[in-house]
Design a protein. Structure first.
Length: 406
């Protein structure tokens, strides 16, 4: 924690900031000004940067700002520019929804500006971006788990877009974030369940929760989509019954509650068919504007709470040999997430021979490449076809099975 103290001088006013550097050495910076309030304000502002980034980095930022000021032009910090870039009244970033803009502003506040915001825009280097990437990659989420590589890529993408616009407007000579990449991390493999494995898991899910999880496995809807459904979205009289997906829950910005909005993409607005038995699984029909899956108070469920109270215990029991033996079931041997029910649904459709374009439309993927990249390896002909091709190519090289003895 930096200390801020006044310094007596014969002329003028000064305030001193002291803190230890990474090596434990006490370092100080002094701020002079004819106006005592301005001197104190500058010192305390500097101390905040010290507390966030350390005194060595804070001194480097101060030097960069001093050099920019000596160059005869106003110091525009990254904080100044990104605030302007994301401000809807400037018109710089057009064509984004208010929800997306609020999310970008939150990313800037929480992930980018605390590390780089005080730097002059034209003093930011590729080394600064690399240091920032390394720092956020090493940070842990509140639950102690590492941040997802995709999340950091999204943060870097926003920063790079903002700097690219600054370059286009002549505020900087180049985009220092362009071409830099976050460290690749191992992606968590999807977990798909067979019908019997899902039945094992469902056995340990409390009866009141069974309709929700059976519905997720039977539709492939995202959690945010399924928990936003109202009874009016389900056309049970159609043959077959139809589910109209037109909305999803969206996490609000800080201070803004979770709210309903459009699905993840334009393709997310879709209509899917379900078997009549799945409609019956939902139980008695409620009012058209009532949530299909609601709490006792009529509000939507939070995935985190359901994970802790319902899903995680069910997965634990489904993997417990004693619990499974008592129920005359085979232990699951897998630890799926709730989202893996979406992957499970896709795998069932693939096994049933449904074409990938149909699966794409059902899952609400914007591009077929997303469907192919995610589920192409599950196609029954994918690996078998490769094996047949290799056998044909190497027919004169490989030993025929009937010639293999002992």
């Amino acid at each position: 924690m930096a200390s801020v103290t006044p310094v007596k001088r014969a002329t003028g006013y000064a305030w001193r900031v002291q803190a230890r550097d990474a090596g434990g050495r006490m370092v100080q910076e002094t701020f002079f000004h004819n106006d005592p309030l301005q001197a104190e304000r500058s010192a305390r502002s500097f101390a905040k940067v010290v507390d966030r980034l350390g005194i060595t980095e804070a001194r480097r930022i101060r030097n960069a700002r001093d050099q920019a000021a000596q160059g005869g032009h106003d110091v525009v910090t990254l904080n100044d520019w990104i605030t302007r870039y994301l401000d809807p009244t400037t018109g710089i970033l057009a064509g984004v929804s208010p929800t997306s803009r609020a999310r970008y502003q939150q990313i800037a506040r929480d992930a980018i500006l605390p590390h780089l915001g005080e730097l002059p825009l034209d003093a930011i280097t590729r080394d600064d971006i690399n240091v920032w990437l390394s720092r956020v990659e090493s940070e842990r989420k509140p639950d102690g788990t590492p941040r997802a590589a995709k999340t950091i890529r999204n943060w870097h993408g926003l920063l790079s877009q903002a700097l690219a616009e600054a370059h286009k407007r002549g505020l900087i000579t180049s985009n220092p974030a362009r071409g830099l990449k976050a460290t690749r991390t191992k992606k968590r493999n999807m977990v798909v369940l067979t019908q019997s494995e899902f039945n094992t898991l469902a056995h340990f899910i409390p009866p009141t929760w069974r309709p929700l999880f059976v519905f997720l496995a039977g539709t492939g809807l995202r959690w945010s989509e399924a928990t936003a459904l109202t009874w009016g979205d389900i056309d049970a009289d159609s043959n077959p019954p139809l589910v109209h997906v037109t909305k999803a829950w969206i996490d609000g910005d800080k201070g803004v509650p979770r709210h309903l909005g459009p699905p993840k993409s334009r393709a997310g607005e879709r209509t899917i068919a379900i078997p009549p038995a799945l409609v019956l699984e939902l139980g008695p029909r409620g009012a058209g504007d009532a949530l299909v899956f609601a709490t006792s108070a009529g509000t939507a469920h939070w995935s985190g709470s359901v994970w802790t109270r319902v899903w995680s215990p069910a997965v634990k029991n489904a993997n417990d040999p004693a619990a499974c033996a008592k129920a005359k079931l085979t232990p699951l041997g897998k630890r799926p997430r709730i989202h893996d029910l979406r992957h499970t649904h896709a795998s069932w459709l693939i096994a049933a021979g449904r074409p990938l374009p149909y699966i794409q439309a059902r899952l609400g993927h914007e591009k077929i490449t997303t469907t192919v990249d995610t589920y192409g390896h599950l196609m029954p002909d994918a690996t078998a076809g490769d094996a047949d091709a290799v056998a044909a190519i190497m027919g004169t090289i490989l030993t025929a099975p009937e010639q293999i003895t002992g």
